[in-house]
Design a protein around this ligand. Structure first.
Ligand code: CA
Ligand code: CA
Length: 409
């Protein structure tokens, strides 16, 4: 493939190029692969071209942080005793840390603990939900108070729907458990959306999640909740979605709330998450092929006596009507599976939708895990992209990538 061929390909496919001229791209690929063209004008072999398709420049979402730093939705961490998970969470983009702060035994300093004992608590994210701010001031070490919050918090007394009445004079912060949110969302969705126009809503995992598991965060996001608290020490699909959602906005940990969640119509109506919404965008996803497992895994990791049998699951996480999961066929006995399958996703709320990708290896009983990623739909770059995959804990594999095509139709 010569420079002119590559130029035609880039123009026709919206494929990787990173804005560079075809000539520069050819030079760079040859340099990457330690090749010097022997005669005349440089050209790419099929292997060079494949290297280009799987290269960093072909990543699915924009890696550079955009200039604006609107912060209406924060990624939140529930408490943990050690500072190590907190450091890790901050590096992952978490922007709200919840701590319980207690007086120490000699009452001249504080201890940061995980736990709760209503009487002695100085000030903490969790117990401040009691709504009795004065109580916290009477205790020692009030100087810590200003570090933590200045917006009065409240736990709903009586019906939750009454707590959602917005006071035009005050800004409030309300905390609801995942079950309380589900209950009030079933009948009073627009009230929640209206509340979050100017007040802060935080959702937290129910207390019975002792295993640090998580819940579906989209119910909170589609109602405008600014803080959807997760057990960041847990693993699993809900956390993959959280990571995917916060890859938007350069991964800075804040994502701007979509306009429709901030608008009040002239007739006083606000967005109703339960309404039948028209399709706003349609995303076409093509899963071409995958590569890299042979470098990142032992020969016998997936199957002892034969190469792996990979298939890919592709889907959307978002509002219920947009949420779906589909899958390719399994390609038997191949470290470099080629699927060439296309999937179409009509989206009613693309603004909060996350593209889900999982690779599994087919077995008779439990399938093996081959990688996952989640990407904010609105930040997908159309064209053919190399999509890096991550392990179950959210760590990026060194080499495993899928070649995928994205198109909005
Ligand atoms: Ca297997
Ligand atoms: Ca096999």
């Amino acid at each position: 493939m010569g420079v002119d061929d590559l130029r035609r390909y880039l123009a026709a496919s919206g494929a990787p190029g990173g804005g560079k001229d075809a000539e520069q791209i050819v030079d760079r690929v040859l340099q990457d692969r330690n090749r010097t063209p022997r005669f005349g004008r440089p050209a790419l072999t099929i292997d060079d071209f494949r290297h280009l398709l799987f290269s960093e420049e072909a990543q699915p979402a924009n890696p550079a942080p955009p200039g604006h730093n609107s912060y209406l939705t924060g990624n939140q961490l529930s408490s943990d005793c050690s500072d190590l998970p907190i450091i890790k969470a901050l590096q992952l983009g978490v922007r709200v840390i919840e701590l319980d702060i207690w007086p120490n035994s000699s009452k001249d300093d504080i201890d940061v603990l995980h736990g709760r004992n209503g009487d002695d608590l100085l000030y903490g994210g969790k117990s401040s939900e009691d709504g009795d701010e004065n109580k916290t001031c009477k205790h020692k070490a009030p100087e810590y108070k200003h570090l933590i919050t200045t917006i009065k918090a409240g736990k709903p007394k009586g019906a939750i729907v009454d707590a959602l009445n917005s006071d035009p004079e005050k800004v409030r912060r309300l905390s609801l458990s995942e079950q309380e949110l589900a209950k009030v969302a079933a009948s009073h969705g627009p009230n929640i959306v209206r509340f979050t126009h100017r007040n802060l809503l935080r959702i937290y995992p129910k207390g019975t999640r002792f295993d640090s598991s998580n819940y579906n965060p989209f119910l909170g996001w589609v109602h405008g909740a600014q803080m959807v608290a997760f057990n960041m020490q847990g693993y699993g699909r809900a956390l993959w979605l959280m990571h995917g959602f916060y890859k938007a906005n350069g991964g800075c940990g804040y994502v701007k709330k979509p306009e429709f969640l901030m608008q009040t119509c002239p007739d006083g109506k606000v967005f109703d998450p339960k309404a039948d919404l028209p399709v706003k965008a349609t995303l076409k996803v093509k899963v071409y092929m995958g590569d890299g497992w042979q470098k990142d895994f032992e020969q016998t990791h997936f199957d002892t006596y034969s190469p792996p049998d990979f298939y890919t699951k592709v889907g959307i996480a978002g509002v219920p009507s947009d949420s779906v999961m589909m899958k390719t066929k399994a390609v038997e006995d191949s470290w470099v599976p080629v699927w060439e399958e296309e999937f179409v996703f009509p989206l009613t709320v693309p603004e909060i939708a996350v593209l889900r990708v999982e690779v599994h290896e087919q077995d008779v009983s439990d399938d093996d895990f081959g990688g996952q990623t989640a990407l904010p739909v609105m930040e997908l770059r159309p064209g053919i992209r190399a999509v890096p995959l991550f392990d179950q804990k959210g760590l990026k594999f060194r080499n495993v990538k899928l070649l995928m095509g994205f198109e909005f139709v």
